[in-house]
Ligand binder design. Sequence first.
Ligand SMILES: [Zn+2]
Length: 281
Amino acid sequence: MLRSLVGSEMCIRDSLGANAQCTSEHLLQFAIMGAMLCTAVEGKENPTVGLLNIGSEDIKGNESVKAAGGAIVPGDEAFRLYDTFGFPLEFTEELAKEKGYEVDVLGYNEAFLQHQKKSQLGAEHRFKGGLADNTEETAKLHTATHLLHASLRKVLKDDSVSQKGSNITAERLRFDFSFPRKLTKEELSEVAALVNSIIEENLPITCEEVSVDEAKESGAIGLFESKYGERVKVYSIGEFSKEICGGPHAASTGVLGSFKITKEEASSAGVRRIKAVLKIS
Ligand SMILES: [Zn+2]
């Protein structure tokens, strides 16, 4: 096993040489392999090494392994090693080979895709910005949060104003954003007036699904945490606001009613918090 570990490390070294680039991921892999080498040398019990003991009864007893003639490491197991410990597939394959096993690469890819889907759903949930539920009231308050965010950036003339948190109940919205000082009364009334003027304009809220790059180019604000190639939803409120989000939203601003800021306070260092309500007008 020791030789195999060294061999895998050499493989990675070679590929690093070819790319002439050393990423943090590579460094992490080196670190893990280094730790494993030490463990292998010292002969200490280590759950990580145990997992890689591919000839174990666990895998022999696995139904899918049995069905495959007892020589296949399930893909989800290979993915778990990658996901939990950062072992590249090639590394697991090499260890498997040493024991006379093969890795179910198709199953690994399937597990990988499933995992990506799950992370994307998680991200969409975060885009909803702490919505309590999907009722009409919370959709309105959430839409008002977009207007508040855009208005703050315009009134404070500061593009560095960005969302740090959002929480919505049936009664009020709460919006945390980066800003270095308390807002003046004048600024707060200007922000509220701007939100209300957009509500009065009854602008439509439209949604388009685009790539992350297209969203960035269009000037949309929001969380750019999606992976390259993923598509995101961009919600536009007329020309006033453009934001990456997961919804749900009102169909147009006219239904929101009257917007009122009830509180402005510090949330943490460099972060302000605004609470606001919508009243039927
Ligand atoms: Zn939204």
